[in-house]
Design a protein around this ligand. Sequence first.
Ligand code: TXA
Ligand code: MG
Length: 348
Amino acid sequence: MNTIWADMRQGVDARLMETAGRIIASGGLVAFPTETVYGLGGNALDSDASAKIYRAKGRPSDNPLIVHIACLDSLEQIVSSVPEQAYMLAHSFWPGPLTIIMNRSAHVPSSVTGGLDSVAVRMPDHEIALALIREGGGYIAAPSANTSGRPSPTTAQHVRDDLDGKIDMIIDGGSVGIGVESTIIDLTEDIPMILRPGYISLEMLRDVLGEVRMDPGLHSRDPSFRPKAPGMKYRHYAPKADLTIVEGRAEDVRAAIDSLARDAASRGLTCGIIAADEDACGYHCGIVRSAGSRAREITISQHLFGILREFDDLGVDVIYSESFDTPQIGAAIMNRLMKAAGHHILKV
Ligand code: TXA
Ligand code: MG
């Protein structure tokens, strides 16, 4: 299949957007930017379209998709009833990087929800995404637009690397703003529960809802204690090289990584290092990539997945990363990094 490349870096192009909407309405797939990561969109009310999404990504079909909407009225069609808490969250955070899980209505095909009785819904904060949803009929099912298991795409080129020839169109809207996927909150639980950390933090959600808890399965290494979001159980974002996170006082971490990188070099291995701007010049060996500044944590989330992809392209053998436990997005950054590292941490 010939994948159409739609350049919208300067903003929505009405003619190309009409074509994109027609593709969605006729059951095809369009990758598009959101404020978090690029999504792979298909009509959420068409079970054949979701089957195509699973196929293009190589994604297990028990892993449900997020339904993206462009206006709050659309919510009533796809959930059995809208909980008061959903309105409170929507009022505070939509459009934005928050996905809300609610009980689904019969309008949502079970292929979209991986057979679950609940549905994940999000209103993205991105002009192109919102225009595509409207143009495509109001409901777009969209996982991140990567091949299953690879880091989520933060540029249109990442999407092309994974999905060129497998989907109908890629809309290039430039680099995304946040770089890690949306926070997922589950309102079907007695106490609202975060299934995936993201830009919207536990504290921000507590400010609106009061009591909120983290899915205990997120932090457990016990395989019998699984995260509730099916997608969180897979080894994800995994780079080809072995990745180790090094934790401790800043100067100890720098010394340890520097020595590990020299050791790798002496064994003929290529070593990648993920550092913060503040530390990057302290390394003397290996391929050093600065994710961003600890003082501007969003710069770190923006670049993390791109660096993991770059290290794959460069064919590095081992990766050592600093830890980025920053105040708001740190939980999300470390959740993704820990999964990429297969929970391999070295404390120094
Ligand atoms: O930021 C984002 O959320 C991006 C952009 C494109 O919007 N999308 C995204 O989708 O990250 P995806 O498919 O890569 O991740 C969706 C996650 C998966 O972990 C999935 O298991 C979980 O949401 N999920 C979806 N529906 C669910 C449900 N009904 N119950 C529990 N988890 C659900
Ligand atoms: Mg994903």
